[in-house]
Design a protein. Structure first.
Length: 157
């Protein structure tokens, strides 16, 4: 039974660590050395479904796939559970960022949940900066408290 708890703990820990990895990568690589891939994501009113920024999907998916592959070929060792955590975070990121926030698919257009309003507001603040400098709100799932307070204020109106 304890091996199951360990595997679940590894998966969950990896999932939550990925938020910090995504934040750091977004702030220091996407808005730094790899800005050429990320720039089009900050351009308003582009009329194409795919962006150069979508290359990050492959960059982030690779460690998850490798972990799943090598971990499963070694009797589902810790690499598998790390790969699963990375992959689950990738699914969450796609769902929240591409579907919910940017509406690549017209699902979940309206919500009255404060958490989702706060996420959407923080991301709007991030995108108000069209250049790579002066950015803010680089995370995805963890949102600064000021956006929760703002979402609460808006809900009361």
């Amino acid at each position: 039974m304890s091996i199951y708890i360990t595997n679940i703990a590894i998966t969950l820990a990896t999932f939550f660590i990925m938020e910090a990895v995504a934040w750091g990568t977004h702030k220091y690589l996407m808005h730094g050395l790899l800005w050429t891939l990320h720039r089009d994501h900050h351009q308003p009113n582009h009329d194409h479904f795919l962006e150069r920024n979508d290359a990050f999907f492959l960059i982030f998916a690779t460690p998850g796939i490798l972990g799943l592959y090598f971990g499963s070929s070694a009797d589902f060792n810790y690499l598998f559970w790390i790969g699963l955590g990375v992959t689950l975070y990738g699914f969450a990121y796609f769902f929240v960022h591409d579907i919910f926030i940017h509406q690549r698919f017209k699902w979940m257009r309206k919500t009255d949940k404060m958490y989702f309003r706060a996420i959407r507001k923080a991301h709007k603040v991030h995108h108000k900066h069209l250049g790579k400098e002066d950015g803010e709100c680089f995370g995805m799932l963890w949102v600064p408290m000021k956006y929760f307070r703002e979402a609460r204020r808006m809900a009361k109106k």
